[in-house]
Ligand binder design. Structure first.
Ligand code: AMP
Length: 282
């Protein structure tokens, strides 16, 4: 397994891989890898000749007062896990080589970034779109893999690829969960035992919305109130948002008529967790 830190080096390495006729699968991550990340890598491993994984805690997608400094990092442990899934190339750049002095270009995806996590984290998706565009330009992968856990991010990345004519396929894979339903996340490690126990309410509230819709309820406000009540019953939970949206436009819906995204963002102390499920047309 090769470990590369410099953008110019990864660019040359990937170019020579492509020139040799091999396909490249890219899994972009912020590291502190868990089974959710590894599921993307295992899929990328079988669908491509070469598996490239990036590990980069991207400063531009963190707002002021967010957890950039305290975001969990474990490069040595990650390298062991990457060996285990058979990664070929690891790209782990320093922030200064991705954003050198006088860096001045950012990618803004309009509209779909304005609500949900975009509303609570202004500038977050600008940072995501910028770094993803840079990774695509550096590696020019044939396929790139993302998790449904960050559903809005997958919509933003698909929009970016279509709008800027990136020549690659985006694959979105299901959310990997703990036995109690909590979506795996690098941030889970920062929950206290009480917070960790209460955090299972995110998935329970999402499942509740699915059951209500399957049972015939069509009024979003009724379902949202019930979800909020479930979450608020956990004393350490602070709701950021609870939403039922059109799964394509991500706009909030009043009545459930088509495929719906149920999405939640909840803070436990300093740790903000997100989760979602897709509910097919009732
Ligand atoms: P992150 O390191 O949090 O930026 O995540 C890197 C990639 O892994 C993103 O595409 C995430 O959506 C994906 N991912 C994170 N957690 C999970 C999970 N529990 N299941 C599936 N994919 C995940």
């Amino acid at each position: 397994m090769e470990i590369i830190h410099e953008p110019s080096v990864i660019q040359r390495r990937c170019e020579s891989i492509r020139c040799g006729g091999a396909t490249i699968g890219l899994v972009p991550t912020m590291g502190c890898l868990h089974e959710g990340h590894l599921s993307l890598m295992r899929r990328a491993r079988v669908e491509n000749d070469v598996l490239v994984v990036s590990i980069f805690v991207n400063p531009t997608q963190f707002g002021q007062g967010e957890d950039f400094d305290s975001y969990p990092r474990d490069l040595q442990g990650d390298l062991v896990r990457l060996e285990g899934v058979g990664a070929d190339v690891v790209f782990a750049p320093r922030a200064e080589s991705i954003y050198p002095k006088r860096y001045g270009t950012f990618v803004e995806v309009a509209e779909i970034t304005e609500w949900l996590c975009g509303a609570s984290r202004p500038g977050h998706f600008r940072g995501v779109a910028t770094v993803v565009a840079k990774l695509f330009n550096l590696m020019k992968p044939h396929r790139a893999y993302f998790g449904q856990k960050d559903y809005q991010q997958t919509v933003v990345v698909r929009r970016l690829v279509a709008d800027l004519n990136f020549d690659l396929t985006i694959a979105v894979l299901p959310t990997v969960r703990e036995p109690d339903g909590l979506a795996m996340s690098s941030r889970n490690a920062r929950l206290t035992p009480d917070e960790r126990r209460m955090a299972a309410v995110l998935y329970r509230s999402l499942r509740h919305s699915e059951e209500r819709i399957k049972g015939g309820e069509r009024q979003a406000t009724i379902i949202l109130d019930e979800m909020r009540a479930m979450i608020e019953a956990q004393p350490l939970a602070q709701i950021d948002y609870v939403a039922l949206c059109d799964s394509e436009t991500l706009k909030a819906v009043d009545r459930i008529e088509g495929p719906t995204l149920a999405a939640v963002a909840v803070k436990f102390g300093a740790t903000r967790l997100i989760d979602n499920i897709l509910i097919p047309t009732p």
